[in-house]
Design a binder for this molecule. Structure first.
Ligand SMILES: Nc1ncnc2c1ncn2[C@@H]1O[C@H](COP(=O)(O)OP(=O)(O)OP(=O)(O)O)[C@@H](O)[C@H]1O
Length: 270
């Protein structure tokens, strides 16, 4: 279980980005974190993954615990060793290295060769395209494939909690659907997920629970299906990027359809 209590974050002296956030992510959960630009979503993930220092930010109050260990005092490598691994916004793969080399880099922290082999098998099963493109330069992959590589590389260290920052960013709707299905698979294989997204349709279709951030505070926290039904959320986040009312309605229907697909799936697997 990840618990975040009264988390406060600043960048330098002047920017206060989070003003006291409380969140819980159970071991078998998928938490969607929604909110508009600048709400503090990436900051939250940076605080959990210990990477705020790389952005001149710091935790100025509160605590983050994972499975009995206090994370907010650890450096990024130590957070990964606790089983918490992030995929930052913008993918940040090693563009000049091959797909296979990128994956190998992700597996450096594995506890044993057997663990590395199992992780590699899992990644290639989830993303067959990465096996097909093993020797290709990562920078030559399509945007969707680069996102898959970024997630695959994170999975190489066998995380128990995966932090995803806007995996749908800049991708075509069909690719976003594939990424959503893969996140569901990853979760069903036993990895908890925190999914930061501006694409609320996608996020609410995948998540069990959702939190909405507004300028550094937690505005709402509720089961994802309740939020998908909420008129405020539909108005602000589901129809927010639609170019017409008809498109907004289509997006709302898509979120409902994704949720019922997920329910059907869990009935089959349960
Ligand atoms: N490195 C930084 N230095 C100074 N201020 C920053 C830095 N990174 C983020 N901020 C500020 O902190 C606040 C929260 O930003 P954050 O990137 O966490 O929001 P977000 O919800 O992830 O938005 P987006 O979807 O645009 O990434 C914003 O006011 C932002 O301008």
């Amino acid at each position: 279980m990840l618990t975040v209590r009264n988390l406060r974050v600043r960048y330098g002296r002047s920017v206060s980005a989070l003003h006291g956030i409380d969140l819980d992510v159970p071991d078998d959960g998928v938490l969607a974190v929604l909110g508009s630009n600048g709400a503090g979503k990436s900051t939250l993930l940076r605080a959990v993954s210990g990477t705020l220092g790389l952005h001149r930010g710091s935790v100025t109050g509160g605590e983050i615990h994972y499975d009995g260990t206090r994370l907010d005092k650890l450096d990024p490598a130590a957070v990964v060793r606790q089983g918490v691994v992030g995929v930052p916004e913008g993918r940040q793969i090693f563009a000049r290295m091959s797909v296979e080399e990128n994956l190998r880099a992700g597996g450096i922290g594995a506890r044993s060769a057997a663990e590395r082999t199992a992780a590699s098998r899992r990644v290639h099963e989830l993303f067959p395209v990465l096996a097909d493109r093993a020797s290709q330069r990562a920078g030559l992959l399509s945007g969707g494939e680069q996102q898959m590589l970024a997630i695959g590389r994170a999975l190489m260290s066998s995380p128990r909690l995966l932090l995803l920052d806007e995996p749908s960013l800049g991708l075509a709707p069909k690719i976003v659907e594939r990424i959503a299905a893969i996140i569901r698979d990853i979760h069903e294989q036993g990895t908890a997920v925190v999914l930061v997204e501006q694409n609320a349709v996608m996020a609410l279709g995948v998540a069990d629970h959702a939190a909405v951030l507004e300028v550094g505070t937690l505005a709402l926290s509720a089961p994802a299906d309740e939020l998908a039904e909420s008129e405020d959320v539909q108005r602000l986040y589901l129809g927010g990027h639609a170019e017409s009312e008809a498109e907004a309605e289509r997006q709302v229907e898509a979120a409902h359809e994704q949720r019922s697909a997920k329910r059907r799936l869990s009935r089959w697997s349960g």
